[in-house]
Design a protein around this ligand. Structure first.
Ligand code: UDP
Length: 385
C-alpha cells in the first residue's frame, strides 16, 4: 500500500443485499483496513460485511428513510433527520481521506457529513436518474447537489453516466467503473453439483430450465418471463429473489399470474438465495428481463461466469455487457413473445448455445474483473481535495 491510496468511509442507506450492496461488499473487502462502512439501516448486509472483517457501524435513519425516490420534496422532518445522522456519521471520520456514498440517500447524508468533517464526498452512482423511478424534482435536486458539492461521481456504466449528464450533471466529475465479479464461486461448481441441485429442485431431467435472479419489482420483469413461459410447454423457470424494499403486493401478483397462466408446476419461486452460482449452473439459460433500462445488471455477468447462455433486455448498461448474437442474446424490453422465441432458439440449438456461453464466459472474465473494479474505484477516490 502506498501513501497515496485513499482511505474511504463508505455509506449505504440499505441493510439488505441488493446489487449495489453486493458490489460494495467486494470493493470494501478488497480495500481491507483502508475501508470502513456506515449503514443507515440494519440488516443482512451488516453481517456480510462483518464476515469479511470490515468495520461497520449502523446509524439508522428515521424520517429520511421514508422518502421515496419518486416523491417530490423531502419533509422538514426528513431534512432534520439528515442533519442528525450526518453529525453522527461525521464523528466516524478519523483517518479517512474521503466519504463515498453508495446510494442517493447516503449521498445526501454524506454531503452534510463531509461539510462537518471537511472531507471530499464521492457519489458511487448506481442508478439511471430518470423517470419513472425518480421524480423530476428529485433528479434536479440530486444533480444540483452533485454539481455543487461532489468531488467525483463514479458511474457503474456509461448508461448511468449519460443519464446523469443528460439531467444536467457535470461530465467532468464522472468516471465510469463497471462492476467486477469474482469468477471463483462460479468455477467452484462442477457439473455433478449442478445436476444434483437440479434434481433436488424436482426438475425432470429432459425438461428445459431457465432461471431469473433479482429482487421482486415490476421493473425487473418477472411478469414478462411468466408470460413467455405460457407459450413454452416443458420449460421450467426458477424465479430467484425476494421483495427487498416493500414490494410484497407485487410478489403476490406474480404468484397469482403464474397460477392463472397454469404454470404452477413449472415455475419455482425460491425466494432470496445465497447460492446463486449453483442455481445458475443448474439452469440451461439465465434470463434478464428488466422493462426499464438497467443501470448495470450484475446477474448478466454472473450468468456468463456460470458458463450459461444469457438472454437480456436491450437497454441501459446491458448493451455494454452483451454483444447480441455473440456473447449473449438481446431482446426488446417487455416483449414476452421475443423472449419466448429467444428461449426456444437456444433450446433448439444446444451446440450454438454452448458456444455462445463459452464466448460469454471468456468475455466476462476479461472485461468485468474484480481487480479492474477495485483499481477503478481506488483511482477515482484518490487525490481529491
Ligand atoms: N442476488 C442474490 N440472491 C438472490 C437474487 C439476487 O444474491 O436471491 C444477487 C445477484 O446474484 C446479483 C444481485 O443480487 O449479484 C443483483 O444485482 P443486479 O445488478 O442484477 O440488480 P440490482 O439489485 O442492483 O438492481
Amino acid at each position: 500500500m502506498t501513501v497515496a491510496e485513499p482511505r474511504a468511509l463508505f455509506i449505504d442507506h440499505a441493510g439488505v443485499l441488493g446489487g449495489a450492496e453486493l458490489s460494495l461488499l467486494d470493493v470494501a473487502g478488497a480495500f481491507g483496513a483502508r475501508a470502513e462502512v456506515v449503514l443507515l439501516a440494519d440488516g443482512p448486509f451488516r453481517a456480510a460485511l462483518e464476515a469479511r472483517g470490515i468495520t461497520v457501524s449502523v446509524l439508522p435513519l428515521g424520517a429520511l428513510q421514508q422518502v421515496k425516490k419518486s416523491t417530490r420534496l423531502p419533509s422538514p422532518a426528513a431534512l432534520a433527520d439528515t442533519i442528525r445522522v450526518a453529525r453522527r456519521v461525521a464523528k466516524h471520520v478519523n483517518t479517512h481521506t474521503v466519504l463515498c456514498a453508495n446510494s442517493q440517500k447516503a449521498f445526501v447524508v454524506a454531503l452534510a457529513a463531509g461539510l462537518i468533517a471537511r472531507r471530499p464526498v464521492v457519489w458511487y452512482l448506481r442508478d439511471i436518474l430518470a423517470p419513472p423511478h425518480f421524480s423530476r424534482t428529485n433528479i434536479t435536486a440530486a444533480v444540483t447537489l452533485a454539481n455543487l458539492r461532489a468531488a467525483r461521481i463514479i458511474a457503474n456504466s456509461h448508461a448511468t453516466a449519460d443519464a446523469f449528464v443528460a439531467a444536467g450533471g457535470s461530465k467532468a466529475l464522472v468516471r465510469v467503473v463497471h462492476n467486477g465479479i469474482d469468477p471463483a464461486p462460479f468455477d467452484a461448481i462442477d457439473d455433478r453439483a449442478a445436476a444434483a441441485a437440479r434434481e433436488q429442485l424436482g426438475i425432470p431431467a429432459h425438461d428445459y430450465l431457465v432461471a431469473m435472479f433479482g429482487r421482486f419489482h415490476e421493473w425487473k420483469g418477472q411478469q414478462v418471463l411468466l408470460d413467455a413461459l405460457a407459450g413454452l410447454p416443458d420449460v421450467h423457470a426458477l424465479i430467484v429473489g425476494a421483495p427487498l424494499f416493500g414490494e410484497e403486493a407485487f410478489e403476490s401478483a406474480l404468484k397469482a399470474q403464474a397460477s392463472r397462466l397454469g404454470l404452477d408446476g413449472r415455475v419455482h419461486f425460491l425466494g432470496f438465495r445465497s447460492d446463486v452460482p449453483l442455481l445458475m449452473r443448474a439452469a440451461d439459460v439465465v434470463v434478464h428481463a428488466s422493462v426499464y433500462p438497467e443501470p448495470f445488471g450484475r446477474v448478466i455477468v454472473e450468468g456468463m461466469l456460470a458458463g450459461r447462455p444469457v438472454i437480456a433486455a436491450r437497454a441501459g448498461g446491458v448493451i455494454e455487457i452483451v454483444d447480441d448474437g455473440d456473447t449473449g442474446v438481446l431482446v426488446p424490453p417487455g416483449d414476452a413473445s421475443a423472449l419466448a422465441r429467444a428461449i426456444g432458439a437456444l433450446r433448439s440449438d444446444p451446440a450454438g448455445a454452448a458456444a455462445m456461453a463459452e464466448r460469454g464466459r471468456i468475455h466476462a472474465r476479461r472485461s468485468f474483473s474484480l481487480q479492474a473494479m477495485v483499481r477503478g474505484v481506488s483511482d477515482a477516490l484518490a487525490g481529491l481535495e
